[in-house]
Every structure is written in C-alpha cells, then in structure tokens.
Design a protein around this ligand. Structure first.
Ligand SMILES: [Mg+2]
Length: 318
C-alpha cells in the first residue's frame, strides 16, 4: 500500500486553530498574518516510550532477547560498515524467517497496541492544546504535533496516540516486493533533519523534493515556532538544526533514572531544557514546555503587530 505523507490521517482537532477566531466575520480575501502555527515535534523511542518499540512484541515473538538483539545488530552494522538502521530492519525479519514466524504489515500495526508510553503521554495533546488556547493573545493560533522516528511507521500506527499527530515520518517497509520485507524508507539520525525542513517549508508530501530554495518569510512554520523533543545522541542532529535556526529543543530522560545524557546535551547547547519524561500536568516537562510556548505566543503576537504596522506603511511582509 502506497501512502503519501500528505494523505495520512489528520485529526481535525490538531489542525484547527486552538485560539478561537472569535466572532470576527470573514472579510473575503483580506490578507492575514499567517505564521501562527506552532509545531511540537517528537522522537519516539526513549522520548514518548521507555524502550525501543520493537522490544515490546516483535522481538519476544521471535524469541529474541532485546538487549542481545540490539547488541548483535549494532555489532553487525559496525563490522560490515552497514547503516545501523537498515541492518536492524533486515536482521529482525531474517530472524523471524529463521524461526518460521510470519509477521506482516497488519501484525506490526497490532503490535503497536502493546507499546508502553511514558506517564501522561496520552493526555498530553489535549493538555498542551488547552494551555495554548488559554494563553494565546492572538486569534487563530494553531497547534500541530509531529513524530519523526527511526522506528517503524507500522508499529506507530497501532499506538493509541497515532491519530494525535498531524504527520508521522518514520521508517517503513515494502511488504509486497520481496519475500523478506524490504526497507522502503529509513530515517537515520541525520535524515531526521530533512523532515524538520519539510515541516518548516510545508512540504510534507514525500513525493515532492525538499531541496528547492524557499525564502525564509515564505515558510509556513518558522523554526521559532517549533519545539523538538528527544532523548539522546540520535537526536543531536535534529536538536542542532532546531537551535541553529532559532527553534527550541527539550531533552528527556526516564523518570527516576540517570539524567547524565540530558546534562551532556544541555551543556553542549543542544537543548533549551531537560526534564524527566513525565508528561502529566504540573510536571517539570509540562512547565518547561509552557515556558517555551509562552515565548512563542508572545513572539507570534509581536510578529503579527510588526506585520500589521509594516502593511500600514507599505512594507510588503509575508
Ligand atoms: Mg530516542
């Protein structure tokens, strides 16, 4: 099944402005300041879920110990100088085949239901929407959530939060082309940054090239309106792209466990904040996210006023 990113499920809730446009009447084609969409972008494994998503069902189903599997996969990639992500995608199915276990696309989707999420993740989307709605001083502010993961699209589809994302960019298999499923799209650590630019430029259809030049003021979601959430070294390229372009990043660590990696990222200037991966209301993560949202909402209000002022004196601002 070929599915374009632009065709993916979109929740009307995420697309709709969370700050009510009020009772203002439509004024035909009157120009409006349109850089009012905020995008929260998440890594999955270790960020929204405590373990790699394959650990919950796929690996136990083929009788593989998760730690041993990842050690073998990483060693194999190193030894053969193969891409580590292509290596794991191949090795999983090689082992499944050797065990005589057939796992098709719908099996992977079903596995998504068994993936554990960090506390509060399921309610986070409504929580943040509520915050933006009550704090936006500008009408028509929109909020979107995106997922960029090296994990598997099929498993993510089965999770209860899939529908909360405006778009999901993740690794994926071809299931029809070969006996063994073949990687169709592999999202590497550095490859993740491509999707940040797709969100920034509004080019989410993966059939369209991302490489054409687009002037900064023509880009629908400025980096300044984006927060990236990640948990480790695999997020460094994305965090670096975010922060170098005026965006924001938050690093998370397992509640009650070591925060050493986050401290390292923070000291290296990779993230604005770090916090335990507890997404419940009142948590450090929620409060620090709200601080960045406050800054963004103020900035949107400010930019909108500048835009209005500029138009009044004949300065053409997008
Ligand atoms: Mg991760």
């Amino acid at each position: 099944m070929v599915e374009r990113a632009g065709d993916r499920h979109r929740s009307a809730q995420e697309d709709a402005p969370v700050a009510d446009a009020g009772s203002s009447r439509q004024r035909g084609a009157a120009p409006k300041f349109d850089k009012k969409t905020i995008a929260l972008v998440y890594d999955f494994d270790g960020t929204l879920s405590p373990r790699p998503m394959q650990d919950y069902t796929f690996l136990p189903k083929i009788g593989a110990d998760a730690a041993a599997f990842w050690a073998e996969s990483n060693a194999l990639a190193k030894k053969t100088q193969a891409d580590p992500l292509i290596t794991y995608m191949h090795l999983m199915y090689k082992k499944a085949q050797a065990k005589g276990v057939r796992i098709d696309r719908s099996d992977l989707v079903a596995q998504g239901r068994r993936v554990a999420l960090y506390p509060g993740v399921k309610d986070w989307f409504d929580l943040v929407a509520g915050y933006v709605k009550s704090h936006a001083q500008s009408h028509g502010v929109g909020l979107r959530h995106y997922l960029i993961s090296s994990g598997l699209t099929e498993i993510i589809e089965g999770t209860p939060i899939y529908k909360r994302f405006h778009n999901v960019f993740a690794s994926e298999y071809w299931f029809e082309a070969y006996d063994l499923p073949y990687p169709k799209r592999v999202i590497t650590d550095t490859g993740k940054t491509q999707y940040l630019f797709r969100i920034n430029k509004g080019v989410e259809d993966l059939g369209e090239s991302i490489n054409q030049h687009m002037a900064e003021d023509a880009r629908p979601i400025p980096f300044a309106n984006m927060i990236y959430f990640g948990d480790g070294d695999t997020d460094v390229p994305s965090m670096a792209v975010m922060r170098k372009n005026g965006g924001h990043a938050i690093a998370v660590y397992p509640p009650g466990k070591s925060k050493a990696k986050c401290v390292e990222l923070f000291k290296a200037g990779r993230c604005d904040f770090f916090a335990p991966a507890d997404y419940r209301k009142g948590s450090d993560l929620f409060q620090r996210t709200c601080l960045l949202l406050d800054r963004m909402l103020a900035d949107i209000r400010c930019q909108e006023e500048m835009w209005r002022l500029g138009r009044g004196v004949g300065v053409a601002r997008k």
